[in-house]
Design a protein around this ligand. Structure first.
Ligand code: HEC
Length: 181
């Protein structure tokens, strides 16, 4: 059907007037549904801890820390003094990788199954991330002195958390000699 011009304009106007609110209503219903969906308790993130905290320490964190700590140092014996430092590209990459493991392990400790409450645990896990990041930077700068220095700070973070949550780890000789201070 061909409408004369004025009627055609009217028809378009009517269509627009009726379409727009409908679309608006449909949109707002959609938003309401979305909001309702969001106001439900959110699904927990799909993380699954495979190791318990102790195993994480033994299999992930401790080996990485050892690589980092052993990378730079001085050995003195009868033969003389030997300065240890990463030499090859591969040596430095190993130090850098260990630093990344340390930094990311802070995130692993924040997993719901591992986190022991909020407060101090969260602070120490965050400290692990921060010191780990500095450890990465020192390794990437290929700076042995910085690796040595940050290594000391890493140790402080380990013992800072153990002082509260793993007192027997802070003093590994505790079981052997419980009478020692
Ligand atoms: C956020 C807290 C936290 C930080 C940071 C932390 N640890 Fe631990 N660590 C623990 C807890 C908790 C345990 C005790 C686990 C258990 O026995 O259930 C533990 C235990 C250990 C153990 C003993 C495991 C055993 O045989 O019983 C070692 C080794 C260890 N940690 C190494 C480290 C090192 C190395 C670092 C630093 C690079 C570190 N940890 C940083 C919380 C932490």
């Amino acid at each position: 059907m061909v409408l004369p011009a004025p009627f055609r304009d009217l028809a378009v106007w009517v269509t627009l007037r009726t379409m727009k609110p409908t679309r608006r209503i449909r949109t707002s219903i959609l938003f309401t549904l979305l909001l309702l969906g969001c106001s439900d308790t959110p699904e927990p993130p799909p993380f699954t801890a495979v190791a318990d905290s102790k195993q994480l320490m033994l299999s992930v964190i401790e080996p990485a820390a050892e690589v980092y700590w052993d990378a730079v140092g001085v050995i003195m014996d009868m033969e003389g003094t030997v300065h240890i430092r990463p030499e090859t590209v591969e040596d430095w990459e190993a130090v850098e990788n260990a630093a990344f493991v340390l930094a990311e392990s802070g995130n692993l400790m924040l997993l719901e199954e591992r986190a022991q409450g909020q407060g101090h645990w969260v602070a120490m896990s965050r400290a692990m991330i921060d010191v780990g990041r500095r450890a990465v930077e020192a390794a990437q700068a290929r700076d042995p002195d910085a690796v040595f220095e940050v290594g000391g700070d890493v140790y402080q973070v380990c013992t800072g958390c153990h002082a509260v949550y793993a007192t027997e780890t802070l003093r590994p000789n505790y079981e052997a000699s419980p009478d020692l201070p």
